[in-house]
Design a protein. Structure first.
Lengths: 266, 304, 277
């Protein structure tokens, strides 16, 4: 909230997550895979924080940990001063209330057998809050007609489905919105609409945004700060304009050079 | 070399691709760009004779004097892989997980009548040609032991095995990481005899192709040399798409195209873009022809 | 968005429909009392009010078949009901915690029961608690539990890795709510298919048990016992074995076709091809 702007909201310290491959021998344990190695980051209240990395960089693992959908092997995450690691689901109500997620593929993140009304209301129902006229309000806020409530996800286009997913995420009036590649499954002609919508909502509602993407140029448009991940570690972090203009780490430079841009080619 | 004329693809009563015509000269690299539902993939699949059940193509497509559309499966099977071959988007599912990759490359050659031993040695050469490290060793590995980028290179080696006249790539790098994508694109541009490159990504097409066809709603709405089309777009859809793909600085609003791509069969009559176009008038209810030499467009109210 | 209705589905639905109709009508009307022993009509040839003739006790075959359909459906419904009610939740629990000890325990006990033939179980239960329709149904039901548990577990594991389950967790849904609201509706079609296939197996098992004398007791008509009673007359009056045999075969075929048809109809992968990605 504006009064506390700038105070740390999410503080992750030395997060490590090790997965074990299924054992392939009787005598030896399965091989250990380090998905995340001692990652630390701080997201401040009201900040738009980007996480950039390719597949296997650990960005998805980090995201799951920040949302308490997975437990770290070691390390701690404090949300608004409260430790969220090692807690059972029922002790995470405050987090579910304050932090909501928009997933990458709106085709697969919306249960195909539920109506939009129930999908949007689900976080409220789960938290035991009254639904009332909130579904209509939310659909309106993301630019969908109230009649959308009675239809099923497959009756909408990709962009509209992502609007439904955003409406759902906003239902419990969260402080933090985590967006996991929210536009990478969308057509270019609707990508702008969704990014504009996100920017508007973040402004109007004073949200803190954690935005995960493989595309540094999208992150530059959306975020102020960025953390670049590679092979389970954050290799570079800072204000996005600085990272963009003068990348310090070799990997960031490779990443920047690899992305084809129209401006560069024509 | 490839000459497509009036290609139309339908599923029952729904027209999914309408009257698409274009040529590709030997050595030319042509991009086909479009969003979901544009009909770009169906165009490619109909050239390969790989349309899904219940979907039929009409019109003509000739490659080196041979018909590709409307010929019986037996005949097109002969051409597929030998005259024209294709690399698909998903490198994970396109390879047989139980077969060594070298054998899979060799198989497409023995299928078309090459002796086994010769096919084996040539498979290793091909793996080398797509710049896979230590090809002789790599030929003996299984698909799951390779990375996504390596698998896609194996797919390219398979596609090139019988020295086809035309290579079709359908979003070959969409599933790959950007750092891998760049090398893959350079490789495709280098080895393709003649290329039809299908993608939704304007920047990718600009880095590989010389000429581009822009598809929307099953039609080619604009075509021409890439530099010209992308710097001076004439069709309002191309214009909107180019504007939408440039990311402006933070805090500014991104230019957008209103509405969303309609579902197949729900595009408006006349100009397919008219319901989303800011310049649409009454006139757009009749279908505009694709007109212009070199840089052509199908729009009643073109830009500039 | 639904798949096309295929010929198998229609054929299966028609066959099952006939069995259901016969069973329902038999409650209010049969041509003759199916249990009436009448020496005058002993081995009566078809005709004159006796559509399919009468058996060695003078009972009308057609009426017996109609009432036998009731027994068949009754056994099928109860057996499949038991299997579904026990197997589905067990399978879902195992599928939602695939690495937990509970899941391991459920699946190993499952394997144990699976290794036990339904008929053997029924014969044993019959020996202990007395043979009868109820014992047969329970035995068949229990023996079918593993089939349901396996299908439910496999289907649940597929659903659990989808993004919408992750989304539901992120929304703060508890396990139980996820199971009921998200998993069950999405594995429903697989369970329906399994139910119709199990139904066919249950019909066969009941017929076999009645044939062996461990199933439905006289005088309640049952297709399996009709077969058994006709075996000594197989060469002199083959029609007595033919009709119940045909009824069993067609009912089993009907439920199998229905299961296969539903699988194609409900499977999203086989649904009408979307024009393009």
């Amino acid at each position: 909230m504006p009064t506390h702007a700038g105070t740390p909201l999410i503080e992750a310290r030395d997060l490590t997550r090790v997965y074990r491959r299924p054992r392939s021998s009787l005598t030896r344990q399965g091989e250990a895979v380090h998905a995340l190695r001692e990652v630390s980051l701080t997201v401040r209240r009201g900040e738009r924080f980007g996480i950039v990395g390719e597949s296997g960089s650990g960005k998805s693992t980090l995201l799951r940990l920040l949302c308490a959908l997975d437990q770290p092997t070691s390390g701690s995450i404090r949300f608004d001063g409260q430790e969220i690691t090692g807690r059972p689901e029922r002790a995470l109500k405050f987090l579910r209330h304050s932090l909501q997620i928009v997933f990458q593929d709106p085709m697969s993140s919306l249960d195909p057998r539920m109506r939009v009304r129930d999908l949007v209301a689900e976080p409220l129902v789960a938290l035991g809050e009254p639904v009332g006229g909130r579904v209509g309000e939310l659909l309106d806020a993301v630019g969908l007609p109230a009649s959308a409530a009675d239809r099923y996800p497959h009756q909408f286009s990709g962009g509209q489905r992502q609007r439904i997913a955003i409406a759902r995420a906003l239902a419990p009036r969260p402080q933090v919105l985590v967006a996991d590649e929210p536009v990478s499954a969308l057509d270019v002609s609707v990508r702008g609409q969704i990014l504009n919508l996100l920017a508007d909502l973040v402004d109007e509602l004073g949200l803190t945004l954690v935005f995960v993407s493989h595309d540094l140029s999208v992150v530059r448009h959306v975020c102020e700060s960025v953390a670049v991940m590679n092979d389970g570690s954050i290799v570079e972090t800072g204000p996005v304009d600085e990272v963009w203009a003068a990348p310090q780490h070799a990997y960031t430079r490779t990443l920047l050079q690899a992305v084809p841009t129209l401006e560069g080619l024509l | 070399m490839l000459s497509v004329d009036g290609l139309t693809v339908r599923a029952d009563a729904v027209e999914l691709v309408r009257e698409v015509s274009f040529d590709i000269a030997p050595g030319e690299r042509v991009g086909l760009i479009g969003e979901s539902g544009s009909g770009k993939s169906l165009t490619a699949l109909s050239l390969m004779g790989l349309l899904p059940e219940g979907v039929r193509a009409s019109g003509t497509a000739r490659l080196g004097g041979r018909d590709l559309v409307g010929v019986p499966e037996g005949r097109i099977k002969d051409l597929r892989g030998r005259e024209v071959s294709m690399v698909f988007q998903e490198p994970m599912t396109a390879l047989n997980p139980l077969m060594r990759v070298g054998a899979q490359v060799a198989e497409v050659m023995t299928l078309h009548g090459r002796p086994r031993a010769e096919a084996r040695t040539r498979a290793v050469e091909l793996l080398d040609r797509v710049r896979l490290p230590r090809p002789a060793q790599l030929a003996r590995s299984y698909p799951h032991q390779l990375s996504g980028g390596q698998r896609q290179r194996v797919m390219l080696a398979i596609a090139l095995a019988n020295e086809p006249g035309l290579l079709i790539c359908d979003e070959p790098t969409t599933a790959l990481d950007v750092t891998v994508q760049k090398q893959m694109l350079e490789l495709i541009a280098e080895v393709a005899p003649a290329l039809l490159f299908i993608t939704h990504d304007l920047a990718v097409v600009a880095s590989v192709c010389e000429r581009v066809l822009v598809m929307y709603g099953g039609r080619v709405v604009e075509s021409g040399p890439i530099r010209e089309v992308f710097t001076r777009p004439r069709h309002r859809y191309t214009e909107g798409l180019l504007a939408a793909s440039k990311l402006t600085p933070r805090g500014t609003r991104l230019p957008t195209i209103k509405g969303s791509v309609p579902a197949a069969g729900r595009f408006p009559e006349g100009c397919v873009f008219s319901n989303r176009c800011p310049h649409a008038t009454q006139r757009c209810e009749t279908e505009p022809e694709l007109t212009g030499e070199g840089h052509a467009h199908a729009c009643w109210h073109p830009a500039d | 968005m639904r798949g096309r209705v295929n010929a198998g589905l229609i054929a299966g639905a028609v066959l099952v429909g006939i069995v259901v109709l016969a069973a329902l009508v038999s409650f209010v009307w049969t041509p003759h009392d199916p249990t009436l022993v009448d020496a005058a009509n002993k081995l009566r040839e078809p005709g004159g009010g006796y559509l399919l003739g009468a058996d060695k006790f003078g009972r009308d075959t057609f009426s017996q078949l109609m009432v036998g359909a009731r027994t068949t459906l009754y056994v099928g419904i109860v057996a499949v009901g038991i299997a579904a009610l026990i197997g589905t939740p067990l399978g879902m629990i195992a599928g939602m915690t695939p690495r937990g000890w509970l899941s391991e325990l459920i699946m190993r006990v499952n394997d144990l029961v699976f290794a036990f033939p339904a008929l053997l179980l029924a014969v044993m239960l019959g020996a202990v608690y007395g043979a009868g329709t109820l014992t047969a149904m329970i035995a068949i039901g229990v023996a079918t539990v593993p089939a349901f548990a396996r299908v439910a577990r496999a289907a649940t594991m597929q659903v659990m890795v989808t993004d919408y389950i992750l989304a539901a967790r992120a929304a703060g849904r508890r396990r139980a709510a996820i199971a009921v609201r998200h998993v069950l509706p999405n594995i429903g079609s697989m369970l329906i298919v399994q139910a119709s296939v199990s139904f066919a197996i249950a019909i066969l098992a009941e017929a076999a048990l009645s044939f062996l004398g461990f199933g439905t007791r006289p005088p309640i008509p049952s297709w399996g016992r009709m077969l058994q009673e006709s075996q000594e007359l197989l060469f002199s009056t083959p029609r007595l074995a033919l009709w119940p045999g045909l009824a069993i075969a067609l009912a089993v075929l009907g439920f199998n076709l229905l299961g296969d048809g539903l699988r194609d109809y409900l499977d999203p992968k086989l649904r009408r091809i979307r024009a393009e990605r």
